[in-house]
Write a protein that binds this ligand. Structure first.
Ligand code: PRX
Length: 650
């Protein structure tokens, strides 16, 4: 049985339909519905045709080698991702087009044309080489949303080093774990970043992460906030501006094999240890290129804005690689949506004439709560398409977005995918698909998705079950860095040779997919993936805690909120101070986004007779529901006591 984790069962009653307007269909990059059938008949041919649109140093010999569960795409091909995202656009008038329009939170602004981007990427790539970074090395990047972030990524891609970007909200300890796992020899950071008017002390966090022993030999520091001028470590740290000052402005792109690693990106799984998801060169580039082109209907004249942070996969695929491979103009914003006021996003849309906005449901629900007056302050008529990603979008939020931001004339594309999938897998094609508020609609052409029951049988229309992907796709992860067994076990062992997404879904009579949330111990907080095990480990790391269990409780704005159930050690008394201390402890161990919303104290945790914590019952308590089946509990009194204490005031 798949639980309806997100509490959005009601969406199956949703019956509004939005077919594409003639106006949209007539100008769309793809409007022929036969594309689905053609791609299903010959997926490899479908992807190969798309791959012709990329620039190859050497064409591939074989489109796909599938030795389950290991796929190789475009085998024998050679290419360079930075060349595809930059150099090839310099041959046309695109050379003077804005590649990146960046706005800092204080209101400062920079525009990089494709030619500018070329120069800056080449200079930094030469800087990396001067520090001894070579093809095959790993480089960790811990930066705020500044232009140096995509420049550093593209410079790594140019010389064949794999980047490992860490979201700026992670703590020193999280940085340290990721650096140790990837064995990076270089760290790129900034003195700080601006967020809601304050400075996030990135350099301080980085320094705290680099206590010896560390594989990091050098730290390149971007001067953003002028807040760490006295913190440079002699012999180890170098300013970005000093590093690039005398570098030549050309750097030959390294010819990479299709299957060479492009990057690794850590994400949370069901254990306490984050997984380094490995993405490779050709398939990933193609997957992001093709989906950006068709799902967002990207055109030469679009001004496209994905509001995600590049520290997450959405930013990798749909701020940097997908849009730039398409030669698009990609907007980046450094800060918070409510600084200096709650209309900041809409001021940005109006200022740059943004035509495509891609954001998360949690942001949309926040805007809903703030009210319509903020978008109404600005001219949003430049927008022609809206996107959503990161968590299930409830129909109410979808309709609000469509009405107040899209002004009732723009398609809303809800895109389902994961860090592991690299590219969008389920989403409408806006020139073809009839939209349904709350549904990601259909698998992208060439993607074979199915909802199955426990035994692996397709559930068919109306049924609920586990979302699986039956055939390999170009942008899929290739492995977990340093842990090939976990790759097989995590994704390919539940159903042999079929990719297990760990998401619940339903299919309706028309074949639309309705995503229901995670079915494993991963919580989705404000579209950020957090493992219950990670938070539990952080809690028990505190000397006051004997035992802890965490769950995700439904939350109107964030999708899910973290609730920790804690048993304190015998000599410790519960108090508000202890609650505050434990929340702080988790934030310091992992990062502020993992701070629990609530901590409940309990003398014991509800466990089965074999000692397994029954999180399902904890969720029932936290959400104020009647308790589900308690027959397997070792001691039913434990959960009754919890319910008495916390259950009814929710
Ligand atoms: O549960 C799904 C949810 O986010 C998970 C993937 O998280 P992450 O790897 O951080 O990538 C987020 C951005 C792609 C999925 O397993 N998810 C993502 N998009 C959607 C979604 N759930 C429902 N609808 C979506 N559109």
């Amino acid at each position: 049985m798949v639980e309806n984790v997100g509490g959005i069962e009601a969406l199956l009653q949703e019956d509004r339909r939005f077919p594409p307007s003639d106006e949209f269909r007539n100008q769309a990059n793809i409007s022929d519905p036969n594309v689905y059938e053609e791609a299903l008949r010959d997926p490899e041919g479908f992807w190969a045709k798309f791959a012709e649109e990329l620039d190859w140093i050497k064409k591939w010999d074989t489109v796909l080698e599938w030795d389950p569960p290991h796929a190789k795409w475009f085998v024998g091909g050679k290419l360079n991702v930075s060349y595809n995202c930059i150099d090839r656009h310099l041959k046309s008038a695109r050379r003077n087009k804005a590649a990146i329009i960046w706005e800092g939170e204080p209101g400062d602004r920079q525009v990089y044309t494709y030619r500018d981007l070329y120069r800056e990427v080449c200079k930094f790539a030469n800087g990396l080489k001067s520090l001894g970074v070579v093809k095959g090395d790993r480089v960790t990047i811990y930066l705020p949303m500044v232009p140096e972030l995509p420049i550093a990524m593209l410079a790594c891609a140019r010389i064949g080093a794999a980047h490992s970007v860490i979201f700026g909200g992670f703590s020193a300890e999280s940085i340290r774990d990721r650096i140790d796992d990837s064995q990076s020899k270089l760290l790129i950071t900034a003195d700080g970043g601006f967020r809601r008017g304050a400075i996030i002390p990135l350099k301080q966090n980085a320094d705290d992460a680099l206590v010896s022993p560390t594989p990091i030999e050098n730290v390149v520091v971007v001067r953003r906030t002028e807040s760490a001028d006295d913190k440079m470590v002699a012999g180890r740290d170098i300013w970005w501006h000093d590093l690039v000052a005398d570098q030549p402005m050309h750097c030959e792109p390294e010819p990479m094999d299709s299957e060479d690693m492009l990057y690794l990106l850590y994400t949370s799984g069901t254990t306490g240890k984050p997984k380094g998801i490995v993405h490779t060169t050709a398939g990933y580039l193609l997957g992001t290129y093709a989906t950006a082109k068709w799902v967002f209907d990207l055109k030469e004249e679009d001004v496209y804005w994905c509001t995600a942070d590049i520290g997450w996969v959405t930013g990798h695929s749909y701020i940097v690689y997908g849009p730039l491979a398409n030669g698009a103009t990609s907007v980046m914003y450094e800060g918070s949506p409510d600084y200096p006021d709650r209309d900041r996003f809409w001021a940005i849309v109006a200022k740059y004439g943004i035509s495509i906005v891609y954001t998360a449901p949690t942001a949309i629900r926040t805007f809903m709560r703030w009210g319509e007056e903020y978008p109404q302050r600005h001219d949003l008529t430049s927008i022609r398409l809206l996107g959503s990603v990161g968590e299930p979008i409830n129909p109410e939020a979808w309709m609000w977005y469509w009405k107040n931001i899209g002004l009732e004339k723009c398609p809303v594309v809800d895109t389902w995918w994961q860090t592991e999938t690299g590219q969008i897998l389920i989403a409408p094609l806006p020139g073809i698909t009839t939209l349904r508020p709350g549904s990601a609609t259909r698998p992208f052409p060439g993607i074979d998705a199915e909802v199955v029951d426990e035994a692996g049988n397709p559930v068919g229309p109306g049924g609920g079950g586990y979302l699986t992907i039956k055939k390999p796709w170009p942008g899929m992860l290739r492995t977990i860095y340093g842990d090939p067994d976990r790759y097989v076990e995590q994704y390919w062992s539940r159903y042999p040779d079929i990719y297990f997404t760990a998401d619940g879904a339903k299919i309706d009579e028309d074949g639309n997919f309705w995503l229901l949330g995670r079915v494993d111990d991963v919580i989705n907080v404000s579209a950020h993936r957090i493992s219950t095990m990670e938070v539990e480990s952080a809690l028990v790391d505190n000397p006051k805690v004997a035992e802890a269990a965490c769950i995700g409780r439904s939350d109107e704005i964030k999708g899910q909120a973290i609730v920790g159930f804690v048993t304190l050690k015998d000599n410790v008394t519960s108090s508000d101070e202890v609650i505050a201390e434990l929340k702080r402890h988790v934030a310091t161990k992992i990062g502020a986004m993992a701070r629990p919303d609530d901590i409940y104290f309990t003398a014991e945790l509800p466990k089965t007779r074999s000692g397994k914590i029954m999180r399902r019952l904890l969720r029932d308590v936290a959400e104020g529901r009647a308790l589900g089946d308690t027959t397997t509990l070792a001691d039913p009194a434990v959960v009754e006591a919890l319910k008495q204490q916390y259950g009814d005031d929710e």
